[in-house]
Ligand binder design. Sequence first.
Ligand SMILES: Cc1cc2nc3c(=O)[nH]c(=O)nc-3n(C[C@H](O)[C@H](O)[C@H](O)COP(=O)(O)OP(=O)(O)OC[C@H]3O[C@@H](n4cnc5c(N)ncnc54)[C@H](O)[C@@H]3O)c2cc1C
Length: 382
Amino acid sequence: MDAEVDVAIVGGGVVGCAVASALSRAGRSVLLLEAAQRLGEGVTSRNSGVIHSGLYYPPGSLKAQACVRGNALLYQWARERGVPHARPGKLVVAPDPASLPDLEALAANARQNGAPRVELVPAAFVRKREPAVPAAAALWCPETGIVDPVDLTRSLAADAAEHGAIILLQARLRAVTLNRPAYDLDTARGPVRAERVVNAAGLHADEVAALAGVERYRVHPWRGDYFRFAPATPFRHLVYPVRRRGAAGLGVHLTLDLAGRCRLGPDVEHVARKDDLSPARGQAARLPRRRPGAARRGARRAARLRRLRHPAQAARPHRRRRQGLRPVRGPSGIRQPGRDRVARAHRCPCARRAGRRTPGVAPPDAKSHPRTHPRRRRRTHA
Ligand SMILES: Cc1cc2nc3c(=O)[nH]c(=O)nc-3n(C[C@H](O)[C@H](O)[C@H](O)COP(=O)(O)OP(=O)(O)OC[C@H]3O[C@@H](n4cnc5c(N)ncnc54)[C@H](O)[C@@H]3O)c2cc1C
């Protein structure tokens, strides 16, 4: 392939495919480069699949606005495109009276963000819906749901293709040269010339940035494991513990998949390599060496489960199910949902992202990207 396009997007995860959909709808000629054999096999395929509703971000931030708006748009998109999804709702639980102030602060934050239909509910409400979860009170979020993130990604890519985008698999970006006013890209599928390059390479966004001469980013991979419950559990809602003031991340949570199975996770461990999905070694190292085989594995698992500290734990999750790596820009691990970071052009017409967390997987807003100004296509195919 020898192509000339307005925009080359590096990375076929949910972010790259959403950008491809939005830009192709806006009339740009778009080429999406994905290194793997299939779309959505990176971080996108290893997450909780939760459609968030805007509880946590600081009021007025872009993340808060995008999350609340994206919640409604995502349901609409999934409905219209046949993407598997469900709306079981979420309970953010204060397990004891001491955590009620944190719950009230979260409720106030959510209301300021305009999170849809959130409501503080008493212990009796939680008991009725989730009898196995001890709670002093909870925040009920009926608009929080779940989606199949890989199907969502594919639907966005299909939409982009319908609007003229070219999606190339097994097309790793290998080198970038700036030949003003555009970039020459060397890819595993041949050369590409693009006016702009969008870096949506997830965990590898720092390496892609470095190819373009931007050396200042470093992605630190943090691995999380999920645990399945066995046998099947009675939970019907997503259950999150209320975040203690100053704590990092949202805490280990209980989520459902679209088949109704429950899982608990993710826990978090820093790893050195971005492809390290092996069982966590941190806890194993702290166990006495003389415990052999199964006993050692059992003790290790028990130690890890104790550390999860989730209100639903009494129901005994027992099996490590799958892992995911989360890209974080600092070495200190998962941050609190915090201030916005804005992608901006760097040195030339190159927009970049570098391992950023999204406030939620959201499809493009068709209405805000009408295809009213189609630009002349300058694609050539070899
Ligand atoms: C444990 C966990 C739980 C999460 N839970 C949720 C949740 O419940 N709800 C939610 O909304 N979000 C959640 N997230 C966040 C969400 O999963 C991510 O924000 C999102 O998937 C990131 O997508 P991405 O497209 O940026 O990255 P990726 O999906 O990783 O895509 C990047 C792509 O770039 C490709 N690539 C890399 N280098 C190159 C190259 N040189 N050339 C070409 N292609 C390249 C990779 O192969 C990959 O396919 C969670 C994340 C984690 C880790």
